[in-house]
Design a protein around this ligand. Sequence first.
Ligand code: 5BU
Length: 276
Amino acid sequence: ERLRMTFEARAEKATNTMSARLLRLMASKQSTLCVAADLSSTDQVLQLANTVGPYICIFKTHVDALNDFSHKFVKELQELAKTHNFLIMEDRKFGDIGHTVGLQYVAGNFHIADWADLVTVHALPGPGIMDGLVSCLETHQSGLRDRACFIVAEMSSKDTLTTPAYRTEALKLAETRADFVAGVVSQSATGISSIGLIQLTPGVRIPVAQNGAQTNGSSGSDGLGQQYNSPHHVVLERGADVAVVGRGITEAANSAEAAELYRDVLWKAYQQRVGE
Ligand code: 5BU
């Protein structure tokens, strides 16, 4: 039922403000594409954001992989987010006790809470991790306004330790914390019941022609554990709302054309899913 609903209809039912905002953005921009900027210089990241900006709903960063992070960079990225209308997700994958993640979220070198609309959080430490992030936000910027997280329920990598039992508990945590949780990172929709909860799925790449597209939707791996599925497969067979694409776009000869292509095939698959 949830998967057959349009993003507009799901936005109406969403209990998390950022989830509703993202669902509406996806609908109006006709994009379910999140580009992963796994690059090492801020110039490269800004250039990519400007190039793919028109085609994406989320721009995903790993700022701790940058060799020249600065607050000027963050300001420029926020400007691009405004110009092109996308959200910024820092894929921080917080994973410590509540008190520690709170410090990592609002302070440190990066002051993530000041500029990232969305962050990713591991479920591993249990509910305390959410309390830590939320209470720090409350002290730091007097509330949760315009901030939310995605809980990592399941990873895309080969032999991941996010077992079905772990995944179930992570989903429970997500379902009970609609105050701060906009969605989950997962490879399937099984067990996700809240209509507003958004499924973000990484490990997406259009299969390279000479390998031949496989019927199970697999489109290879990267030799370091990453496993890829086709855009069509993740949307129609695995329930992806937002698909994360990194190297499929950043390593393309023309990243604007690649982003447009991914946006289009993902959107067509979504339309097929909801029967539009
Ligand atoms: P790729 O170049 O499309 O393989 O990049 C995938 C991105 O998604 C990269 O930034 C990872 O950190 C991120 N990712 C992932 O690949 N798998 C996961 O399970 C999670 C995040 Br959680």
